[in-house]
Write a protein that binds this ligand. Structure first.
Ligand code: RP5
Length: 178
């Protein structure tokens, strides 16, 4: 028996519990919502990604919202396009902050998505971001900012990202040069 055989086997480490849920109304929204996932990944924010449709899987939506707080989610980033009811319906069913991302629709360029997410009645807020990729990225940065106070490593990663972004602009301030 070798020395390594005697070492008791360690259980595989559990994946970190997601703090942020990224949901979207359709797989077709992933092209936009991947920008939220990429930002959370880069900042080390544990997250999960799901397709949850307000119209096609309403029962899944209700279950997702009802269990979100108990599962430890601290924010939900919800992207949808067209008649984009997903963020508002999630917010109606959970007090976990919902960050809405209007996906750019083909028919109306996302104005339909934006208005149907932003125009919530008083009492059920959805923090609404820009249409498309910028909105998805900013929703992730906002979620990280929400978590930063209680999660110092996320706060440090966010500060470092912002400093790099500033440095990058300053280092390339002549648009005629690469
Ligand atoms: C919405 O309808 C989705 O959020 C998506 O943006 C839009 C179109 O969905 P697909 O027809 O591409 O599945 O529910």
């Amino acid at each position: 028996m070798s020395a390594t055989d005697r070492v008791p086997s360690q259980p595989a480490p559990l994946p970190p519990t997601p703090l942020v849920g990224i949901v979207m109304g359709s797989r077709s929204d992933w092209e936009t919502m991947q920008h939220a996932a990429a930002k959370l990944e880069a900042l080390g924010v544990p997250h999960e990604v799901r397709v949850v449709s307000a119209h096609r899987t309403p029962d899944v939506l209700f279950e997702y919202a009802a269990s979100a707080a108990d599962r430890g989610l601290r924010a939900i980033i919800a992207g949808a396009g067209g008649a984009a009811h997903l963020p508002g319906m999630l917010a109606a069913k959970t007090a976990v902050p919902v960050l809405g991302v209007p996906v750019q629709s083909k028919a109306l360029n996302g104005m339909d998505s934006l208005l149907s997410i932003v125009q919530m009645p008083a009492g059920i807020p959805v923090a609404t971001f820009a249409i498309g990729n910028a909105g998805a990225a900013n929703a992730a940065l906002f979620a990280a900012a929400l978590l930063a106070h209680d999660q110092p490593m996320i706060g440090e990663a966010l500060n470092a990202f912002r400093a790099r972004q500033t440095d990058d602009v300053l280092a390339h301030d002549d648009p005629r040069r690469p």
